[in-house]
Design a protein around this ligand. Structure first.
Ligand code: F6P
Length: 325
């Protein structure tokens, strides 16, 4: 493989707070170490459509504190096709890009892995998703900010829940993973979390209702992981039907969870993994995601990072159960 001189960088999939800090980190660390940086706009679509520009340190000034992504993002359907990836590679060659840093979640890193399998390109992933569902890293960029945002929202919902003595079902994002629901429930002092990791063998709603609302506790908050079939609406409707004595409300937090200024934790994660991405390129690493495990930078093969079974710490379920009596 030719010596790497130019690093391309793009953000892909759902935006996440801290992506800008990661763009800044890769750009600055790259330039510091003598690389040329090319920014790709609109995710993989920008690779296919040649929306690629030179980036300097000035391009990333003042973005560390901003949510979203200055490079824009997309969930590219074209890149999922052989023809789309061929077009993307044509532009990679034309722009003389030798390494590509992809900041995104599961789908985006799957795209990077496929691309690297088909073409002679070094792909480095940075874990950019609010869902925290990438294997091999303790946390993903955007996850901490989103947990904080959810907790702030639930604190507010708690005021009205208590005043009206209601049960609130609050639906949060996370796709197929319950990290956001479980940890925001603990931090917000919610009465229960209904998460996908636990839904195969037990009826979580029945469990919650059986435990009952103690006499002195006349309101409750249940955080529910999003799901097309059994999200907050499903559980609220069940309670309305099975326990008509309760006053039940639904709050779906939606995309407000994805916006906002990144937390210090997410910024630090983005800065460290961004520098780690450039180090990986200099070390000759290929097709890995840069993560942090137990405080240390780790390089995880892309094929492992996208595994769908990142384990949720079961001890967290016990913590919530014990504290919500
Ligand atoms: O992957 C991030 C995420 O926010 C998920 O939690 C959610 O299911 C999905 O993206 C929503 O995607 P979109 O913004 O395309 O509706």
């Amino acid at each position: 493989m030719a010596k790497i001189k130019t690093i391309g960088i793009l953000t892909s999939g759902g935006d996440a707070p801290g992506m800008n800090a990661a763009i800044r980190a890769v750009t600055r660390a790259g330039i510091y170490n003598g690389f040329q940086i090319k920014a790709v706009y609109r995710g993989y679509d920008g690779l296919i459509n040649d929306e690629i520009v030179d980036f300097t340190t000035e391009n990333v000034s003042g973005i560390i504190s901003e949510g979203g992504t200055v490079l824009k993002t997309a969930r590219s359907t074209d890149f999922a096709t052989v023809e789309g990836r061929a077009k993307a590679y044509e532009n990679i060659v034309k722009e003389d890009i030798n390494a590509l840093v992809v900041i995104g979640g599961n789908g985006s890193l799957t795209g990077a892995m496929k691309f690297a399998e088909e073409y002679d390109i070094c792909c480095i992933g940075l874990p950019g998703t609010i869902d925290n569902d990438l294997y091999g890293t303790d946390s993903t960029i955007g996850y901490d900010t989103t947990v904080n945002t959810i907790v702030e929202c639930v604190d507010r919902i708690r005021d009205t829940a208590q005043s009206h003595e209601r049960i609130f079902f609050v639906e949060v994002m996370g796709r197929d993973a319950g990290f956001l629901a479980q940890n925001s429930a603990i931090a917000a002092g919610a009465e229960a979390a209904i998460i996908p990791e636990d839904s195969t063998d037990v009826d979580q709603l029945a469990q919650f209702m059986e435990r009952g609302i103690r006499k002195s506790k006349r309101s409750s908050i249940v955080i529910v992981s999003e799901s097309p079939k059994c999200g907050a609406i499903y559980y609220a409707n069940r309670v309305k039907k099975e326990f008509p004595q309760y006053d039940v409300k639904i709050s779906i937090l939606g995309h407000l969870q994805r916006g906002g200024r990144p937390s210090a934790r997410d910024r630090i994660l983005a800065c460290r993994t961004g520098v780690g991405a450039v180090e990986a390129i200099m070390q000759g690493q290929r097709n890995v995601m840069v993560g942090i495990r137990n405080g240390e930078i780790v390089y995880v093969p892309l094929s492992e990072a996208i595994r769908s079974d990142k384990p949720l710490d079961r001890k967290l379920i016990k913590v919530l159960d014990e504290l919500s009596i």
